[in-house]
Design a protein around this ligand. Structure first.
Ligand code: BGC
Length: 924
């Protein structure tokens, strides 16, 4: 790469003086990736912390973990469960608990101290906690209760044809009294379906407690999770108490998938509640769901994902979830003693409300029909305030786009009714927001509102799995900033219990190809460690006996398995997640899935070439990549990743075997598809991108393939043609092959097809198709046209790695690679553009080891980089500059600067080893 700044480059560095005396601390203590998780069932959980220390070169030289059975013991520095002693190690994550065996319900209080680079101990951290769940079968006492008969609300009035079967959400209640003064109350709750739970009228899960759709989506025939809550503060010591619950059909029995089929996993939703009151003397009183509970139909006439929710406030029963309520008219429950599926602790982050949105515009589209523009495509619902006579019916319909006449565009929702109906109870200022449904939308159509809704009467509620946001990206292009915002919103809209394809139409499934192409980008935006830990179990649960990984997971319907680029989620996702979070245990857990997939591919290939089957490079633009080429390329990659995993896990024989197989597949690929001039069968951008990214070509063919790729882009007037498969690798390949200028051109394009085209036309999310809407053709085929599909948002990965320059150089961001690549390239000269690159970029990523930040700008022929390397990590910083001979920090050669050591030069770049700290480099 050539340096565009000046003929000779001088590198200067100005140390940002940081307080040298900063004491080191251990912060952000987590257990199995979560802060203070309750009710886990991992018996050797892994602990982690971040070392915070602003000093240059800050590093941990040793640590000591204390785990105690009570807060008092921990405060007295007694690790009665585990005292690791002083361990000489720089490890801060994946520390395996190695103390006394952990039993059901145990509470484990822990803290850690560390020794800094100079060998000085830090103070102990703040105390953290995890608790154990129900580890033995005999710990499970509650039964599974539901309604006798169907889940159709008996008071359901006449409704339109589409909605006629929509299931309702019954209420359950139980009163109990407390036998002895308690020191702790814990509730374990679950459902075949989704539940909302309250104690003495206070929400524990669902509704105001902020959590939605517990216990999450799994293949309920195989695995059902329970959630654990500490409810000590909700229990009234003297006097009667009550548990209330609402049960919805959810993913279990409600309509899901693109056939909108019901009863995929079972017909009869069930609720599980086990409340344990631990007395001061250690004895436990258990209140468990059983025959003595009662049920009634309340206000939730309908509640399903695709159809929406109907709530009749007139049917509310004040006090139903508190003690003293007269439930004599309530019915007995149906009881199932136990379920066949594995019953396990929920291992991930629940779905929660993650934001609220204020409407930007309200229009009266026709009399009594208002269109509310929330200004953002997102997933969730709205909270509506209304005051009107009892029985007033307000209907809310949701849409992503508007028709030319200003009405909502709902044809792309296909069979999803996506309608919430709210029947006013007649009280002052009623608030309504649904509990058992969500929609993917930007616009809400409100019909029947009593009066004229104002912007203060309606608020958007964004929900998604509570994956902490860890990335930020800003740059000199407002369009690219919008693109980044659109990517994050679309990730949020689709990370709802599982990674889905889209949140709006009758689909919303865990399409494996989508997760596969987006997963690495997703890690930059949010901490998805526990989210993918859970979903990879869903994926393996869905794997077919012949080894084929399915097109969707959890299983919904038999769509297919072993499909190229979709099934490969079975290797690519575990490899990616274990790489980003240095999680060998996860790799080991899913190693079997990886091997079985490779063997499936081997079985289903001829002379190591896969058949021309599958979805191909889904939604590419006028460029059909041959399916056998895609299949064989992914077969090679899955084999390569499996060989790598075998090496990491120490399975030497497998490592050799799959390495050899990889070589053979590559040879077969080259023989069958690659011509002497480097042309690949199909001659599409995706062909070259795959071959280069998966390293399938011999050295001499690589530049040729890159040349064909760049020529194809040029021949299309500087446009991409890639679909789901190619787009995720396109920009990284351009960057790696010395064509970052072409990548910038694609990034900054506003003509069709490009990311910028959608943004120019008002996109607030990532569209499923490049041509979801075009100026000349309008909307694409409504049969498949979502405006919130994250696959093309996979570009975020390159934005972080090659634009901001934040990458890991080994597993888990312990060694970093800081390699910003401003828009300089070689080879093909792009057509004149108003802007050939970006003039500044500012990004950060909170990694497993803490916050990494870069900030660069080009100004007056200089390139300036500010970089923060977190404590206890080291980085290779690669700058766009010629040799090191003119490198200066002030007047001293940079190789002598504190925390910085010259490593080597590469064509057009100079590399330094940089220790923890904050630095500023100047290239002149
Ligand atoms: C989904 C996709 C999925 C594809 C398979 C679509 O209907 O929305 O995102 O990957 O089917 O080709």
């Amino acid at each position: 790469m050539r340096c565009s700044f000046s003929i000779f480059c001088v590198l200067g560095m100005i140390a940002t003086a940081r307080a040298a005396e900063n004491p080191a601390t251990a912060e952000y203590l987590r257990c199995e990736y979560r802060v203070n998780p309750l009710g886990i069932d991992v018996t050797q959980p892994r602990l982690s912390w971040e070392m915070h220390d602003g000093r240059r070169g800050a590093a941990q030289t040793a640590y000591q973990v204390l785990v105690a059975s009570s807060p008092e013991k921990l405060a007295a520095d007694q690790g009665d469960l585990w005292d690791s002693g002083k361990v000489a190690s720089d490890q801060t994550s994946q520390i395996v608990y190695a103390g006394k065996p952990l039993q059901s319900r145990m509470r484990c209080h822990w803290k850690v101290r560390l020794w800094d680079a100079g060998g000085k101990p830090s103070p102990y951290s703040e105390a953290a906690l995890w608790s154990m769940g129900l580890l033995k079968t005999e710990d499970v006492k509650a039964k599974w209760i539901g309604v006798q008969g169907s889940m159709i609300h008996p008071d359901k009035g006449p409704t339109d044809a589409k909605s006629k079967d929509v299931l309702g959400c019954p209420l359950f209640r139980k009163e109990f009294s407390v036998q002895k003064p308690i020191r702790r109350a814990t509730v374990y709750a679950s459902a075949l379906g989704n539940y909302e739970l309250s104690i003495n009228g206070v929400r524990v899960a669902g509704g105001a407690s902020n959590e939605y759709f517990n216990p999450g989506w799994t293949d309920y025939r195989k695995r059902v999770y329970y959630n654990t809550y500490d409810v000590t503060r909700l229990i009234l010591d003297g006097g009667p108490n009550a548990i209330g619950a609402v049960l919805a059909a959810g993913w279990y029995a409600g309509a899901i998938g693109f056939k909108a089929d019901r009863f995929i996993y079972g017909r009869d939703p069930r609720l599980f509640v086990q409340l344990e009151l631990e007395a001061e003397d250690g004895s436990i009183q258990t209140i468990a769901a059983d025959e003595s509970w009662k049920t009634a139909w309340g206000p939730y006439i309908e509640g399903e994902f695709l159809a929406g929710e109907t709530c009749d406030r007139r049917k509310e029963m004040p006090g139903w979830d508190k003690a003293g309520f007269d439930d004599s008219t309530w019915s007995p429950v149906a009881v199932t003693d136990r379920i066949q599926a594995q019953f396990q602790a929920f291992p991930a982050d629940p779905v929660v409300i993650t934001g609220s949105l204020h409407p930007i515009k309200i229009t009266e589209q026709r009399p009594d029909v208002f269109i509310i523009d929330m200004g953002q495509n997102f997933a969730g619902s709205v909270c509506l305030r209304a005051k009107g006579p009892a029985g007033t019916k307000i209907v809310l319909r949701f849409a992503e786009m508007l028709n030319p006449d200003g009405s909502i565009y709902t044809t792309n929702l296909r069979g999803a009714r996506a309608t919430d109906t709210y029947i006013v109870g007649g009280k002052d200022n009623e608030f309504y927001w649904p509990q058992f449904t969500f929609h993917g939308f930007r616009y809400v159509e409100v019909t029947g509102y009593p009066g004229t809704p104002t912007k203060d009467d309606i608020a958007g509620i964004a929900i998604n799995s509570d994956t902490p946001m860890v990335g930020s990206f800003e740059c000199s292009s407002p369009m690219v900033n919008k693109l980044y915002s659109n990517i994050c919103w679309t990730q949020r809209a689709n990370f709802i219990s599982i990674p889905t394809d889209c949140p709006q139409r009758d689909e919303r499934m865990g399409w494996t190809g989508d997760a596969e192409v987006f997963c690495r980008a997703a890690t930059y935006n949010a901490d998805v460690a526990s989210f993918f830990t859970k979903w990879l179990v869903d994926l393996e649960d869905a794997q077919q006996p012949d080894g084929g990984v399915t097109d969707v997971a959890p299983f919904v319907l038999n769509l297919g398995h072993g499909t190229a680029a979709w099934a490969d989620a079975g290797t690519i996702c575990p490899a990616t997640i274990s790489w980003v979070y240095n999680d060998k245990r996860l790799l080991e857990k899913h190693y079997g899935m990886m091997v079985r997939l490779v063997e499936y591919d081997r079985q289903h290939s001829k002379n190591l070439l896969r058949p021309a089957e599958g979805y191909g490079d889904w939604l590419s633009i006028k460029a059909d990549t041959p399916k056998d080429v895609i299949g064989t390329a992914f077969f090679a990659e899955s084999t390569h990743l499996t060989a790598q995993a075998a090496r990491i896990l120490g399975h030497q024989e497998d490592a050799r075997k799959y390495q050899a197989l990889w070589e053979e597949i590559k040879a077969a690929f080259n023989k069958a598809y690659v011509a002497p001039d480097g042309r690949i069968k199909g001659n599409t951008q995706t062909c070259y991108v795959m071959a280069l990214y998966f390293n399938l070509l011999p050295e001499d063919k690589r530049p040729l393939a890159a040349k064909h790729l760049v020529e194809d882009i040029a021949a299309r007037g500087g446009h991409l043609s890639t679909g789901f498969v190619g787009t995720s690798m396109l920009m990284p390949v351009l960057a790696q092959s010395g064509h970052q200028d072409v990548a910038y051109r694609l990034l900054l394009n506003e003509t069709f097809p490009s990311w910028g085209y959608s943004i120019k036309h008002g996109a607030t999310s990532i569209w499923e198709r490049w041509d979801g809407w075009t100026a000349d053709k309008g909307f694409q085929d409504p049969g498949m046209n979502s405006f919130a599909h994250y696959s093309f948002g996979a570009v975020a990965r390159w934005m972080f790695q090659s634009v901001a320059g934040i990458d890991t150089d080994g597993p888990g961001y312990k060694r970093l690679l800081i390699r910003p690549q401003p828009a300089v390239g070689a080879g093909w000269q792009p057509a004149p553009l108003p802007q050939r690159g970006l003039s500044w970029v500012k990004a950060s990523y909170r990694s497993l080891h803490g916050r990494i930040a870069t900030e660069w700008k080009t100004e007056g022929g200089r390139f300036m980089l500010g970089v923060t390397i977190p404590a206890n990590t080291i980085a290779t910083v690669s700058l766009p500059a010629a040799g090191p001979e003119r490198v200066r920090e002030g007047e001293r050669p940079a190789r002598e600067a504190e925390g910085v050591k010259f490593l080597r030069t590469e064509p057009g770049r100079v590399l330094y080893a940089v220790r923890a700290g904050t630095y500023r480099f100047v290239v002149q």
